[in-house]
Design a protein around this ligand. Structure first.
Ligand code: AMP
Ligand code: GLY
Length: 423
């Protein structure tokens, strides 16, 4: 098979690399990809990830068997729909089904209608009404922009003043894009508990568990500092075992995808459920219409069976025979440019970005370019290094030993990835 992955980050590097490991796969193309992928035999293609027409033309010209879309932006712009219309199989949701991610209001409506546990919420387009609701409910309270906001659309407000300034930004200044061009916010009850990410392969009303992980969204150790795209992850998550996975599949994933079928927008692809274990049980914090980054870089290493074959099987209406590694843990740490997430430094030398072949270490590129033999910083999150070991402590030791031995000026990373699982 010849496959095409859309995207350019660490997540897409991991997806493309794992697909390439399948004996049934002869070539993996990635658009645009990043220069670190070449070392893993992935062919990068210079196409815009939102240009459905160009992606269709490339897929036709290169006899691509199926396409996997990594990030959410192409889904919002209908890249899956363009491929479907051209008769090219794609394992990613349509623009209508991806609304589960890019419209918080749509996701809330589905969850309310189909009885999926989530925080109590209300939706507003009018600033004064939203402000009155915040004053009535009090803080802490959570304000979410209804639209694509590049990870910046959620404000967990600890005071009413902070909540109102978020409303001004989202409803008055209208900083976010959505489909109908109407600024809208979801105001949500503040929940407390430990978060985790649960992935499923979905095809219509059928879902298969596709991995569990825990991300670390704050920039600095001890969950301090600004929210980021994610600074590190590990899989599996010892504190959330098979019972929690089974419960989440039953009370969250299954009713949601059955609801989408009933609404006439069936889901196909990877569904990301961002969940919180509260004192009242599992609640949905958010849905994403794709795999997570950096969770994917560790989750895909947990498959014992053939990831590419699973997707082929699902696309062909067959039951995937998924097998997981039963021993050990994979943990990954993101190395970011100084200044990330506000304003990341760029243009500096990252060296060769290599890890020893005789170790469990893996390296996935993200915000990088190449000049000669050297990789150069060109983004916020630059790369991720992972290790697989018997337990979290040993995986941490391996990753941190590598990062300590290979220091890179102008970069930083969290030193505590996996701390919740250490106990
Ligand atoms: P999101 O962009 O939806 O992932 O939200 C970013 C982060 O905000 C989440 O990972 C949570 O830590 C936090 N968050 C979102 N919704 C809530 C909520 N209802 N209660 C408490 N924290 C929340
Ligand atoms: N790691 C969080 C996300 O991919 O949205």
């Amino acid at each position: 098979m010849k496959l095409l992955v859309i995207g350019s980050g660490g997540r897409e590097h991991a997806i493309a690399k794992t697909l390439k490991q399948s004996p049934s796969v002869s070539a993996v193309y990635c658009a645009k990809g990043n220069p670190r992928m070449k070392q893993d035999g992935i062919i990068t293609v210079n196409l815009s990830e939102t240009d459905g027409k160009a992606i269709v033309e490339f897929a036709q010209a290169n006899q691509i068997d199926w396409v996997f879309v990594g990030p959410e932006i192409p889904l919002f712009y209908g890249v899956s729909d363009a491929l479907e219309q051209a008769g090219i199989p794609v394992f990613s949701p349509s623009q209508a089904a991806a609304k589960l991610e890019y419209s918080k209001d749509f996701a809330k409506q589905i969850m309310q209608k189909y009885g999926v546990p989530t925080a109590k919420s209300a939706t507003f387009t009018d600033f004064e009404q939203a402000k009155a609701y915040v004053l009535e409910q009090g803080a802490p309270i959570v304000i979410k922009a209804d639209g694509l906001a590049a990870g910046k659309g959620v404000v967990v407000a600890m005071s009413e003043a902070e909540a109102i300034s978020a409303l001004e930004m989202m409803l008055v200044d209208e900083l976010y894009v959505n489909q109908d061009d109407q600024a809208r916010v979801v105001i949500e009850e503040f929940l407390e508990g430990e978060e985790f990410s649960l992935f499923s392969f979905v095809n219509g009303d059928k879902a298969w568990f596709a991995g569990i992980s825990q991300d670390h969204k704050r920039a600095y150790d001890g969950d301090q500092g600004p929210n980021t795209g994610g600074m590190g992850a590990y899989s599996p998550v010892p504190q959330f075992g098979q019972d929690v996975i089974d419960e989440a599949m039953k009370i969250v994933v299954q009713p949601t995808i059955e609801g989408l079928v009933k609404e006439g927008t069936p889901y196909k692809g990877v569904l990301y459920a961002g969940l919180m274990m509260t004192k009242d049980g599992i609640k949905v914090i958010e849905f994403n219409a794709r795999f997570g980054d950096p969770e994917t870089q560790v989750v895909l290493q947990r498959f014992e069976s053939d990831f590419a074959q699973h997707i082929s099987d699902i696309l062909n209406g067959k039951e995937p025979q998924i097998k997981w590694k039963t021993h050990g843990i994979t943990l990954g740490v993101v190395v970011a440019a100084e200044g990330y997430p506000a304003k990341a430094e760029s243009g500096f030398d990252l060296g060769e970005l290599s890890v020893p072949a005789d170790s469990s270490l893996q390296l996935f590129g993200a915000g990088i370019t190449k000049q000669g033999d050297k990789f150069i910083a060109n983004g916020g999150r630059l790369f991720l290094v992972s290790a697989t070991a018997d337990n979290v402590k040993q995986a941490q030791q391996q990753v941190y030993a590598y990062l300590t031995d290979n220091p890179i000026p102008h970069t930083f990373y969290r030193k505590d990835i996996g701390f919740r699982a250490e106990k």
